[in-house]
Design a protein around this ligand. Structure first.
Ligand SMILES: [Zn+2]
Length: 380
């Protein structure tokens, strides 16, 4: 059994330990077991700590049958090796994890919600409860949770005896009676949990509920707290500020302004589509009747617009109608014909004009990397 320093003190950043074993694995990494550790393993939905044992990088930590295995990039030896945890990252997880206890404790008290899932990754924090909650209810929970932060309540842990535990009221996913570690947040929550937490709720900082959705008959909640919430706030504020500047709208009303812009854009797209269709018909009318091939350049048309034009103009052309959009070296093409199988010519055409594409016997589409002069000369 590895002595678990993280149960005694969640704030240990560095410690010395003896290496009991360092075994090379098939992938060239090493499985290192120490006599004691402050590295918290992946457990209960929380990703493991990272850091260094000596000069070796610790990339993952797992507990198996009471023994903590540190997965390291290189081998380590010694009776007093310096171990250093990436503590900024660990502390952020302590902030988020303790915040999750407060949120769940409040939901349990107000709405009888039970926590049925938890994921605390290197970036995101998600938990599930078994009740369907509304935006209004979650707003209330968030406000109360932040109040718990301002009150700077004590967070304590203890291992009650089997006799004590039967008399205790606490949240738990498992029905254990021995070695149950109870985490108590004064006035807010009591929960069985093995992870590291902050000592006072004031260390958590802001608690933010980012999003929520219905999930398996309950609610899935996306949250952040502390340093992660602070960075997230700065990132989102930057985005809103930029949108506000681009739209020349105050930040408070920018969402409505963008909604209007999207509607206007959709109308404009429809108008452009109608105008292009009209233009295609007019250009088709202007095309002289001929029995040979015709090459027509149509500015920045899309492929569907090239097809509209081709359908409108095909009756004028006895040979192949080559409708182009783009510029030298970068053309989109639609080639159609009433009299010959253009699909059978695709290979030859593409080879001659640095092209790619294909389609049906009456119409092919693709791109040319050649110039307009080269295309015109080829189809002359
Ligand atoms: Zn916990």
């Amino acid at each position: 059994m590895t002595e678990k320093l993280y149960y005694k003190d969640a704030y240990i950043k560095e410690f010395d330990a003896a290496v009991l074993s360092s075994v090379e694995l098939e992938d060239g990494t090493f499985d290192v077991v120490l006599d004691k550790t402050a590295f918290f393993p992946e457990e209960g939905g929380q990703s493991s700590d990272k850091g260094y044992i000596g000069a070796s990088r610790v990339t993952d930590v797992q507990e198996m049958a009471g023994v903590v295995h540190h997965y390291c990039r290189s081998s380590v030896e010694g009776d007093a090796v310096r171990c250093v945890i990436d503590f900024d990252e660990r502390f952020e997880k302590m902030q988020c994890h303790t915040a999750e206890h407060i949120l769940c404790g409040i939901m349990h008290r107000l709405y009888g919600s039970e926590n049925v899932g938890f994921h605390l990754g290197d970036d995101d924090v998600v938990f599930d409860v078994d009740t369907v909650l509304t935006r209004e209810q979650l707003d209330e929970v968030r406000a109360l949770a932040n109040k718990a932060v301002y009150e700077n309540r004590a967070v304590s842990t203890h291992f009650p005896s089997p006799e004590e535990i039967t008399a205790l009221q606490y949240r738990s996913k498992l029905d254990l009676k021995e070695n149950v570690r109870i985490v108590n947040i004064e006035g807010y929550d009591s929960c069985a949990c093995c992870a590291p937490h902050v000592s006072f709720t004031g260390e958590i900082g802001t608690i933010a509920i980012l999003d929520f959705e219905k999930h398996r008959g309950g609610t899935r909640i996306h949250m952040l707290a502390g340093a992660r919430a602070e960075r997230d706030y700065a990132k989102r504020y930057g985005v809103i500020k930029k949108i506000s500047a681009l739209t020349s709208e105050p930040q408070e009303t920018v969402a409505d302004a963008v909604e209007n812009l999207v509607k206007t854009l959709e109308n404009t797209r429809q108008n452009l589509k109608m105008a292009r269709l009209k233009e295609s018909e007019l250009r088709a009318e202007l095309l002289p009747q001929s029995d040979s091939n015709a090459v027509v350049l149509l500015g920045d048309y899309t492929v569907p617009e090239l097809i509209d034009f081709s359908n409108a103009a095909l009756s004028k052309v006895g040979g192949m109608l080559v409708a182009l959009a783009g510029s030298d070296g970068d053309f989109r093409y639609v080639i159609s014909s009433r009299t010959c199988d253009v699909r059978s010519k695709a290979k030859e055409v593409n080879a001659a004009l640095a092209g790619r594409g294909g389609g049906r016997p009456e119409m092919i589409q693709g791109s040319f990397a050649s110039s307009l002069a080269e295309i015109e000369a080829y189809f002359k």
